[in-house]
Write a protein that binds this ligand. Structure first.
Ligand code: CTP
Length: 364
Protein backbone atom coordinates (compact mmCIF):
# COMPACT_ATOMS: atom_id res chain seq x y z
CA UNK A 1 0.00 0.00 0.00
CA UNK A 2 1.04 3.61 -0.58
CA UNK A 3 0.11 6.38 1.79
CA UNK A 4 -0.22 10.02 0.73
CA UNK A 5 -0.89 13.23 2.53
CA UNK A 6 -3.77 14.92 0.66
CA UNK A 7 -6.14 17.86 0.59
CA UNK A 8 -5.89 20.95 2.75
CA UNK A 9 -2.65 19.98 4.46
CA UNK A 10 -0.74 19.88 1.16
CA UNK A 11 -2.41 23.06 -0.07
CA UNK A 12 -1.77 25.07 3.07
CA UNK A 13 1.83 23.93 3.40
CA UNK A 14 2.49 25.16 -0.15
CA UNK A 15 0.78 28.44 0.71
CA UNK A 16 2.87 28.75 3.83
CA UNK A 17 -0.23 28.74 6.00
CA UNK A 18 -0.61 26.83 9.26
CA UNK A 19 -1.85 23.27 8.75
CA UNK A 20 -4.52 22.29 11.24
CA UNK A 21 -5.52 18.75 10.40
CA UNK A 22 -3.95 16.25 8.08
CA UNK A 23 -5.89 13.87 5.84
CA UNK A 24 -4.24 10.75 4.49
CA UNK A 25 -5.08 8.68 1.46
CA UNK A 26 -4.30 5.00 1.20
CA UNK A 27 -3.90 3.44 -2.24
CA UNK A 28 -3.67 -0.29 -2.83
CA UNK A 29 -5.11 -1.54 0.46
CA UNK A 30 -8.22 -3.39 1.55
CA UNK A 31 -10.41 -2.77 4.57
CA UNK A 32 -9.14 -6.02 6.06
CA UNK A 33 -5.50 -4.98 5.66
CA UNK A 34 -6.18 -1.68 7.38
CA UNK A 35 -7.87 -3.39 10.31
CA UNK A 36 -5.03 -5.88 10.55
CA UNK A 37 -2.65 -2.92 10.89
CA UNK A 38 -4.64 -1.64 13.84
CA UNK A 39 -6.56 1.17 12.09
CA UNK A 40 -10.01 1.77 13.54
CA UNK A 41 -12.84 2.12 11.02
CA UNK A 42 -14.96 5.28 11.52
CA UNK A 43 -16.69 6.17 8.29
CA UNK A 44 -20.33 5.23 8.13
CA UNK A 45 -20.50 6.35 4.49
CA UNK A 46 -16.95 5.82 3.26
CA UNK A 47 -14.05 3.53 4.21
CA UNK A 48 -12.24 5.92 6.56
CA UNK A 49 -10.01 4.86 9.45
CA UNK A 50 -8.27 6.45 12.40
CA UNK A 51 -4.59 5.84 12.91
CA UNK A 52 -4.11 3.73 16.06
CA UNK A 53 -1.58 6.18 17.51
CA UNK A 54 -2.00 9.66 15.97
CA UNK A 55 -5.79 9.52 15.54
CA UNK A 56 -5.47 11.12 12.09
CA UNK A 57 -7.85 10.15 9.29
CA UNK A 58 -6.86 7.65 6.65
CA UNK A 59 -9.25 7.09 3.75
CA UNK A 60 -9.06 4.32 1.20
CA UNK A 61 -8.79 5.58 -2.38
CA UNK A 62 -12.26 5.60 -3.93
CA UNK A 63 -14.24 6.71 -6.90
CA UNK A 64 -17.64 8.27 -6.49
CA UNK A 65 -20.67 8.45 -8.64
CA UNK A 66 -23.82 10.35 -8.07
CA UNK A 67 -26.88 8.18 -8.11
CA UNK A 68 -29.60 10.62 -7.13
CA UNK A 69 -30.54 13.99 -5.77
CA UNK A 70 -29.12 15.35 -2.54
CA UNK A 71 -26.29 14.10 -0.41
CA UNK A 72 -27.72 10.63 0.12
CA UNK A 73 -27.56 9.99 -3.58
CA UNK A 74 -23.98 8.78 -3.66
CA UNK A 75 -22.46 5.47 -4.48
CA UNK A 76 -18.78 4.94 -4.03
CA UNK A 77 -16.36 2.31 -5.05
CA UNK A 78 -13.26 1.63 -2.97
CA UNK A 79 -10.86 -1.10 -3.93
CA UNK A 80 -7.10 -1.65 -4.03
CA UNK A 81 -7.27 -1.03 -7.78
CA UNK A 82 -8.39 2.60 -7.49
CA UNK A 83 -5.39 4.75 -8.41
CA UNK A 84 -4.20 8.01 -6.92
CA UNK A 85 -5.28 9.92 -10.04
CA UNK A 86 -8.75 8.36 -9.93
CA UNK A 87 -9.19 9.39 -6.34
CA UNK A 88 -7.93 12.93 -6.90
CA UNK A 89 -10.08 13.59 -9.96
CA UNK A 90 -13.33 13.32 -7.96
CA UNK A 91 -12.22 16.16 -5.65
CA UNK A 92 -13.49 19.71 -5.76
CA UNK A 93 -10.64 22.08 -6.59
CA UNK A 94 -7.26 21.54 -8.22
CA UNK A 95 -5.58 23.14 -5.20
CA UNK A 96 -7.27 20.48 -3.04
CA UNK A 97 -6.34 17.63 -5.38
CA UNK A 98 -2.63 17.38 -4.71
CA UNK A 99 -0.91 14.58 -2.82
CA UNK A 100 2.44 14.22 -1.12
CA UNK A 101 4.10 10.83 -0.75
CA UNK A 102 6.20 9.60 2.15
CA UNK A 103 9.36 11.04 0.57
CA UNK A 104 7.83 14.48 0.35
CA UNK A 105 7.32 14.30 -3.45
CA UNK A 106 4.36 16.21 -4.77
CA UNK A 107 1.86 14.32 -6.98
CA UNK A 108 -0.13 16.94 -8.84
CA UNK A 109 -1.83 15.46 -11.90
CA UNK A 110 -4.39 18.30 -12.15
CA UNK A 111 -1.94 21.20 -11.83
CA UNK A 112 -3.01 22.47 -8.46
CA UNK A 113 0.37 24.04 -7.80
CA UNK A 114 0.13 26.17 -10.93
CA UNK A 115 -3.35 27.28 -9.85
CA UNK A 116 -2.03 28.10 -6.38
CA UNK A 117 0.61 30.27 -7.98
CA UNK A 118 -1.96 31.92 -10.25
CA UNK A 119 -4.30 32.33 -7.29
CA UNK A 120 -7.11 30.46 -9.02
CA UNK A 121 -9.91 28.39 -7.49
CA UNK A 122 -10.57 25.98 -10.33
CA UNK A 123 -12.60 22.77 -10.35
CA UNK A 124 -10.83 19.53 -11.21
CA UNK A 125 -13.40 17.95 -13.48
CA UNK A 126 -17.14 17.84 -14.21
CA UNK A 127 -17.39 15.54 -11.16
CA UNK A 128 -17.41 18.82 -9.20
CA UNK A 129 -21.15 19.03 -9.84
CA UNK A 130 -21.79 15.77 -8.01
CA UNK A 131 -21.80 17.56 -4.66
CA UNK A 132 -23.66 20.89 -4.71
CA UNK A 133 -22.16 21.78 -1.34
CA UNK A 134 -19.03 22.59 -3.29
CA UNK A 135 -20.64 25.80 -4.49
CA UNK A 136 -20.53 26.95 -0.86
CA UNK A 137 -17.07 25.52 -0.35
CA UNK A 138 -15.65 27.49 -3.27
CA UNK A 139 -17.27 30.67 -1.97
CA UNK A 140 -15.77 29.92 1.45
CA UNK A 141 -12.29 29.35 0.04
CA UNK A 142 -12.65 32.60 -1.91
CA UNK A 143 -13.40 34.37 1.39
CA UNK A 144 -10.48 32.73 3.13
CA UNK A 145 -7.89 33.33 0.45
CA UNK A 146 -9.09 36.75 -0.75
CA UNK A 147 -6.27 38.46 1.16
CA UNK A 148 -3.82 36.38 -0.90
CA UNK A 149 -5.46 37.53 -4.14
CA UNK A 150 -7.37 34.37 -5.05
CA UNK A 151 -10.40 34.43 -7.35
CA UNK A 152 -12.78 31.86 -8.81
CA UNK A 153 -11.86 30.69 -12.32
CA UNK A 154 -14.39 31.72 -14.96
CA UNK A 155 -15.18 28.15 -15.99
CA UNK A 156 -15.74 27.19 -12.36
CA UNK A 157 -18.07 30.12 -11.79
CA UNK A 158 -19.94 29.00 -14.89
CA UNK A 159 -20.31 25.50 -13.49
CA UNK A 160 -21.44 26.90 -10.13
CA UNK A 161 -24.06 28.90 -12.01
CA UNK A 162 -25.37 25.74 -13.65
CA UNK A 163 -25.58 23.99 -10.28
CA UNK A 164 -27.45 26.96 -8.81
CA UNK A 165 -29.86 26.99 -11.75
CA UNK A 166 -30.53 23.28 -11.36
CA UNK A 167 -32.12 23.97 -7.95
CA UNK A 168 -29.85 21.41 -6.27
CA UNK A 169 -28.64 23.83 -3.63
CA UNK A 170 -32.06 23.60 -2.05
CA UNK A 171 -31.58 19.89 -1.50
CA UNK A 172 -28.62 20.48 0.83
CA UNK A 173 -29.36 19.77 4.47
CA UNK A 174 -29.47 22.68 6.91
CA UNK A 175 -26.58 21.17 8.85
CA UNK A 176 -24.18 20.89 5.91
CA UNK A 177 -25.02 24.36 4.65
CA UNK A 178 -24.74 25.96 8.07
CA UNK A 179 -21.33 24.41 8.65
CA UNK A 180 -20.06 26.10 5.51
CA UNK A 181 -21.79 29.39 6.31
CA UNK A 182 -20.40 29.39 9.82
CA UNK A 183 -16.86 28.71 8.66
CA UNK A 184 -17.16 31.30 5.90
CA UNK A 185 -18.40 33.95 8.34
CA UNK A 186 -15.37 33.34 10.53
CA UNK A 187 -12.93 33.94 7.67
CA UNK A 188 -11.12 37.25 7.31
CA UNK A 189 -13.17 38.44 4.29
CA UNK A 190 -16.59 36.88 4.91
CA UNK A 191 -18.34 39.35 2.61
CA UNK A 192 -16.53 37.68 -0.30
CA UNK A 193 -18.45 34.47 0.48
CA UNK A 194 -21.74 36.29 -0.09
CA UNK A 195 -20.43 38.13 -3.15
CA UNK A 196 -19.31 34.89 -4.81
CA UNK A 197 -22.63 33.23 -4.04
CA UNK A 198 -24.41 36.22 -5.49
CA UNK A 199 -22.33 36.21 -8.65
CA UNK A 200 -23.14 32.57 -9.42
CA UNK A 201 -26.83 32.81 -8.60
CA UNK A 202 -26.43 30.73 -5.44
CA UNK A 203 -27.53 33.52 -3.14
CA UNK A 204 -31.02 33.71 -4.60
CA UNK A 205 -31.32 29.94 -4.11
CA UNK A 206 -29.97 29.80 -0.58
CA UNK A 207 -30.69 33.21 0.92
CA UNK A 208 -33.05 35.10 -1.36
CA UNK A 209 -33.79 37.43 1.56
CA UNK A 210 -30.31 38.89 1.16
CA UNK A 211 -30.57 39.52 -2.56
CA UNK A 212 -31.85 43.07 -2.18
CA UNK A 213 -29.82 43.81 0.95
CA UNK A 214 -27.75 46.82 0.22
CA UNK A 215 -24.50 46.37 2.05
CA UNK A 216 -22.07 43.82 3.39
CA UNK A 217 -19.97 46.53 5.01
CA UNK A 218 -21.06 45.77 8.58
CA UNK A 219 -20.10 42.12 8.16
CA UNK A 220 -16.70 43.11 6.77
CA UNK A 221 -16.19 45.46 9.69
CA UNK A 222 -17.12 42.68 12.14
CA UNK A 223 -14.44 40.45 10.62
CA UNK A 224 -11.85 43.23 10.83
CA UNK A 225 -12.65 43.50 14.52
CA UNK A 226 -12.56 39.74 15.05
CA UNK A 227 -16.10 39.63 16.33
CA UNK A 228 -17.62 36.27 17.28
CA UNK A 229 -19.94 34.28 15.04
CA UNK A 230 -23.23 35.57 16.45
CA UNK A 231 -22.21 39.20 15.88
CA UNK A 232 -21.17 38.42 12.31
CA UNK A 233 -24.44 36.63 11.59
CA UNK A 234 -26.40 39.55 13.06
CA UNK A 235 -24.39 42.01 10.96
CA UNK A 236 -25.10 40.01 7.82
CA UNK A 237 -28.83 39.99 8.57
CA UNK A 238 -29.06 43.56 9.77
CA UNK A 239 -31.83 45.58 8.18
CA UNK A 240 -34.02 42.60 7.24
CA UNK A 241 -37.67 42.41 8.20
CA UNK A 242 -38.61 40.05 11.07
CA UNK A 243 -40.15 37.48 8.72
CA UNK A 244 -36.98 37.35 6.61
CA UNK A 245 -34.80 37.07 9.72
CA UNK A 246 -36.90 34.22 11.01
CA UNK A 247 -36.87 32.43 7.68
CA UNK A 248 -33.07 32.58 7.41
CA UNK A 249 -32.54 31.52 11.01
CA UNK A 250 -34.80 28.55 10.57
CA UNK A 251 -33.69 27.49 7.11
CA UNK A 252 -30.16 26.88 8.34
CA UNK A 253 -31.05 25.95 11.92
CA UNK A 254 -28.60 28.57 13.11
CA UNK A 255 -27.47 28.10 16.73
CA UNK A 256 -29.74 29.73 19.27
CA UNK A 257 -27.23 32.43 20.15
CA UNK A 258 -27.02 33.49 16.50
CA UNK A 259 -30.78 33.41 16.03
CA UNK A 260 -31.45 35.46 19.14
CA UNK A 261 -28.88 38.12 18.40
CA UNK A 262 -30.03 38.55 14.80
CA UNK A 263 -33.66 38.97 15.99
CA UNK A 264 -32.68 41.40 18.75
CA UNK A 265 -30.59 43.50 16.38
CA UNK A 266 -33.56 43.52 14.01
CA UNK A 267 -35.87 44.72 16.74
CA UNK A 268 -33.66 47.12 18.69
CA UNK A 269 -30.81 48.44 16.53
CA UNK A 270 -32.69 51.60 15.64
CA UNK A 271 -33.52 52.25 19.25
CA UNK A 272 -29.87 51.72 20.19
CA UNK A 273 -28.79 54.27 17.61
CA UNK A 274 -31.04 56.80 19.37
CA UNK A 275 -30.13 55.70 22.87
CA UNK A 276 -29.22 59.10 24.41
CA UNK A 277 -32.52 60.58 23.20
CA UNK A 278 -34.70 57.73 24.47
CA UNK A 279 -37.20 58.13 27.25
CA UNK A 280 -36.07 56.17 30.31
CA UNK A 281 -39.16 53.95 30.01
CA UNK A 282 -38.22 52.96 26.49
CA UNK A 283 -34.64 52.33 27.53
CA UNK A 284 -35.82 50.20 30.41
CA UNK A 285 -38.12 48.17 28.19
CA UNK A 286 -35.14 47.40 26.00
CA UNK A 287 -32.89 46.41 28.90
CA UNK A 288 -35.62 44.19 30.32
CA UNK A 289 -36.12 42.51 26.97
CA UNK A 290 -32.39 41.81 26.78
CA UNK A 291 -32.40 40.56 30.37
CA UNK A 292 -29.19 42.51 30.90
CA UNK A 293 -29.24 41.39 34.52
CA UNK A 294 -28.64 37.75 33.73
CA UNK A 295 -27.38 37.97 30.13
CA UNK A 296 -24.73 40.72 30.10
CA UNK A 297 -22.71 39.04 27.34
CA UNK A 298 -25.64 39.04 24.93
CA UNK A 299 -26.13 42.79 25.43
CA UNK A 300 -22.41 43.34 24.78
CA UNK A 301 -22.70 41.38 21.53
CA UNK A 302 -25.69 43.51 20.58
CA UNK A 303 -23.75 46.72 21.20
CA UNK A 304 -20.86 45.30 19.18
CA UNK A 305 -23.18 44.55 16.25
CA UNK A 306 -24.47 48.14 16.37
CA UNK A 307 -20.90 49.46 16.54
CA UNK A 308 -19.88 47.41 13.53
CA UNK A 309 -22.68 48.96 11.50
CA UNK A 310 -21.21 52.38 12.24
CA UNK A 311 -18.24 51.23 10.13
CA UNK A 312 -15.52 52.73 12.22
CA UNK A 313 -17.23 56.03 12.96
CA UNK A 314 -17.58 56.96 16.59
CA UNK A 315 -20.49 55.17 18.27
CA UNK A 316 -20.97 56.95 21.60
CA UNK A 317 -24.35 55.23 21.91
CA UNK A 318 -22.39 52.10 22.89
CA UNK A 319 -20.95 53.69 26.02
CA UNK A 320 -24.31 55.23 26.82
CA UNK A 321 -26.01 51.84 26.65
CA UNK A 322 -23.35 50.17 28.76
CA UNK A 323 -23.78 52.88 31.37
CA UNK A 324 -27.55 52.48 31.31
CA UNK A 325 -27.29 48.71 31.81
CA UNK A 326 -24.88 49.32 34.64
CA UNK A 327 -27.26 51.76 36.32
CA UNK A 328 -30.21 49.38 36.04
CA UNK A 329 -28.12 46.50 37.33
CA UNK A 330 -26.97 48.50 40.33
CA UNK A 331 -30.48 48.63 41.79
CA UNK A 332 -30.38 46.61 44.96
CA UNK A 333 -33.17 44.12 45.51
CA UNK A 334 -32.41 43.67 49.20
CA UNK A 335 -34.33 46.65 50.63
CA UNK A 336 -37.37 45.58 48.62
CA UNK A 337 -37.19 42.08 50.05
CA UNK A 338 -36.76 43.49 53.51
CA UNK A 339 -39.85 45.57 52.98
CA UNK A 340 -41.68 42.24 52.57
CA UNK A 341 -42.22 42.38 48.81
CA UNK A 342 -42.50 39.17 46.84
CA UNK A 343 -43.73 37.77 43.52
CA UNK A 344 -45.33 40.17 41.08
CA UNK A 345 -45.21 43.03 43.56
CA UNK A 346 -41.47 42.63 43.91
CA UNK A 347 -41.08 42.58 40.13
CA UNK A 348 -43.06 45.79 39.77
CA UNK A 349 -41.20 47.54 42.55
CA UNK A 350 -37.85 46.50 41.08
CA UNK A 351 -38.88 47.84 37.72
CA UNK A 352 -39.91 51.11 39.34
CA UNK A 353 -36.54 51.43 41.06
CA UNK A 354 -34.72 50.70 37.83
CA UNK A 355 -36.76 53.34 36.04
CA UNK A 356 -35.75 55.86 38.68
CA UNK A 357 -32.13 54.82 38.26
CA UNK A 358 -32.37 55.37 34.49
CA UNK A 359 -34.00 58.76 34.97
CA UNK A 360 -31.09 59.76 37.17
CA UNK A 361 -28.65 58.33 34.63
CA UNK A 362 -30.19 60.30 31.80
CA UNK A 363 -30.24 63.49 33.86
CA UNK A 364 -26.59 63.13 34.86
N1 CTP B 1 -13.41 17.37 -0.66
C1 CTP B 1 -14.11 17.49 -1.85
N2 CTP B 1 -15.43 17.83 -1.85
C2 CTP B 1 -16.07 18.09 -0.68
C3 CTP B 1 -15.38 17.98 0.55
C4 CTP B 1 -14.04 17.63 0.52
O1 CTP B 1 -13.54 17.28 -2.90
N3 CTP B 1 -17.36 18.42 -0.70
C5 CTP B 1 -11.99 16.93 -0.68
C6 CTP B 1 -10.99 18.02 -1.03
O2 CTP B 1 -9.93 17.38 -1.74
C7 CTP B 1 -10.49 18.48 0.31
C8 CTP B 1 -10.50 17.19 1.12
O3 CTP B 1 -11.61 16.45 0.59
O4 CTP B 1 -9.22 19.05 0.24
C9 CTP B 1 -10.64 17.39 2.62
O5 CTP B 1 -11.81 18.09 2.89
P1 CTP B 1 -11.97 19.04 4.14
O6 CTP B 1 -11.23 18.49 5.31
O7 CTP B 1 -13.40 19.36 4.28
O8 CTP B 1 -11.32 20.42 3.67
P2 CTP B 1 -9.84 20.91 3.50
O9 CTP B 1 -9.56 21.01 2.05
O10 CTP B 1 -8.91 20.14 4.33
O11 CTP B 1 -9.96 22.42 3.93
P3 CTP B 1 -10.17 23.11 5.33
O12 CTP B 1 -8.89 23.84 5.52
O13 CTP B 1 -11.29 24.03 5.04
O14 CTP B 1 -10.47 22.09 6.34
Amino acid sequence: MQIYKVGGAVRDRLLGRPVSDVDWLVVGATVEQMQAEGFRPVGADFPVFLHPRTGEEYALARTERKSGRGYGGFTFHASPEVTLEEDLVRRDLTINAMAEDEHGNLHDPYHGKADLEQRLLRHVSPAFAEDPLRVLRVARFAARYAPLGFRVADETLQLMRQIAESGELQALTAERSWKEIERALMESEPQVFIEVLRSCGGLSELMPELEGASTLAALHQAARHQQPLAVRWACLLRGLQPAALKALNQRFKAPRECQELAMLVGEFAERADQAPQLEPASLLEMLQKFDVYRRPKRFEDFIAACEMAALGSEYPQGEYLRGAAEAARAVDVKPLLEAGLAGQGLGEALKGERLKALEAYKAA
